[in-house]
Design a binder for this molecule. Structure first.
Ligand SMILES: [Fe+2]
Length: 134
């Protein structure tokens, strides 16, 4: 379980709400994994993730563009990398079916992304957006 904590808030309400939704989904998945139901939950998690992150990343990118964020290119590259990673896991699922390995892969991709991306890149973006507004 990943408890929502202060370091995950970037101070931009719309973005924080979407991140909370992603953490909820991640926790559902982690919970399923601990009950040995990760494989069953894999497809549902991937479907949700793909549609939700498309919207979420688009929203973040629009905010960055609108504010003239100087690290837009690098930030977007991280989003694209994450989308690619998730798409590769989905492809693997289609070709080979759910396995413990695909489950672990998704698990790791999600936790890494959450910890690294939100706490570093999104936090930095939040600082900039807040300063611009003030
Ligand atoms: Fe981001």
């Amino acid at each position: 379980m990943i408890a929502w904590r202060d370091e995950l808030n970037i101070g931009v309400d719309a973005v924080d709400k979407q991140h909370q939704e992603l953490v909820r989904m991640l926790n559902d998945f982690l919970e399923a994994c601990t009950q040995q139901k990760g494989k069953e939950k894999l497809e549902e998690t991937l479907d949700f993730l793909i549609s939700y992150t498309v919207k979420h990343f688009n929203d973040e990118e629009a905010l960055m563009k609108g504010a003239g964020y100087p690290h837009y290119i690098e930030h977007k590259a991280e989003h694209d990398q994450f989308v690619k990673e998730v798409a590769a896991i989905q492809q693997q699922l289609k070709e080979k079916g759910a396995s413990v390995l695909t489950t672990i892969k998704l698990n790791r991709a999600l936790v890494d992304w959450l910890i690294n991306h939100i706490q570093k890149n999104d936090q930095q973006m939040g600082e900039y957006l807040k300063a611009k507004k003030a």
